[in-house]
Design a protein around this ligand. Sequence first.
Ligand code: GLA
Length: 413
Amino acid sequence: MRIGRWSRFFVFALITFTGRAQTAPAPAAHKPVHGIASPPAVALTPPMGWNSWNFFAEKVTDQDIRNAADQMVATGMKDAGYVYINIDDTWEGERDANGVLHANSKFPDMKALADYVHAKGLKLGIYSSPGPKTCAGYAASLDHEVQDAQMYASWGVDYLKYDLCSFIPAVMQKQAPDDRAEQMRLMLAAYKKMADALKATGRPIVYSLCQYGWDAVWEWGPSVGANLWRTTGDIQANWNSVYAILNAQAGLAKYAGPGHWNDPDMLEVGNGKLTLAEDRTHFSMWAMLAAPLLAGNDLPNMKPEVKAILTDREVIAIDQDRLGHEATRAYSEGEVDVWTRRLAEGALAVAVVNAGSARYSTHPFHLSLARLGLHGPLAAQNLWTGETMTLTDGMPLEIGSHDILLVRIAEPK
Ligand code: GLA
């Protein structure tokens, strides 16, 4: 939708040209809502599901959501752990005289849609903004937070993505021009207001901030009740985007853990120009990062190779490891990056990414166990081939361009 693109540009320009604080003020204390029991904890492992934006964008309809739910079951994705079917932007219609927001004609009956999704053993997600409009220019939640939260709960919504967008010009810039500290306070208060409204419904609802990774959101996200927060701008279905986002995650591991996750954006596996090697690397690394695994592809037309990647149990187990330790980048050499992630029961996952563009540009690559603090020989399981291999210090590795070696070491030493 054209207005959406313009408002996105406007927000980007505004932030770029007005400058923004690099550090956040001290987070506000998170006070419980009095007299209301907190709903059960959610997102104890990174949320898994599907979101409409990356493939359907503004065109998504009720039928697309039903199809996604059907396919989640039929393809075995549900059995592999995917739960949430998330409607992104452009479902919104107009508010009536009582301020009640109605869905637009693409979504004739939200309650019936939620019932349909729930009947399949899945959960439903929805999208809004703390500003007056969503990023695509549809009605959003400013001054209607409690009303909207209650409506979501009455429909049976289980997940909310709350996208900053128009809140910047409409509130931050308007109410506090040139005062970054006050703008930050307004933003945190708006995010917390919706968190409290969701909590007051008594329904467990995953709360996802979409704020593009500005203002060190990982430092204050938990204080405003968030279960996850975007750490980057929008992902695109090409290698440069995926690899740039991956590298931008280095240093954020300490902010992730059960109930609160860094979100490097939704998966593009199966979309656009990504090759199978790139899909494999993207999926593997999002698992290493303890990222939400929200597929964003066309499920009814998913190729078997793409399904095999998205449903790989061993790789999903890395993402869902109960300790919730996000991977750290151990070292880079030439165009090869080595990341490690500590797992439950003392195990360790090691990922070696070849970002080189020519197949043999960086070969042979010699893996240094010493730089990982390990001593070989070590028995490891190659998670994409299922083979057992022995890792030794300085061993040569053959990894194709934009591909990955992902191994699990049960007993690292
Ligand atoms: C922003 C978000 C995207 C998507 C769109 C919808 O760009 O970052 O993930 O939700 O808005 O308009």
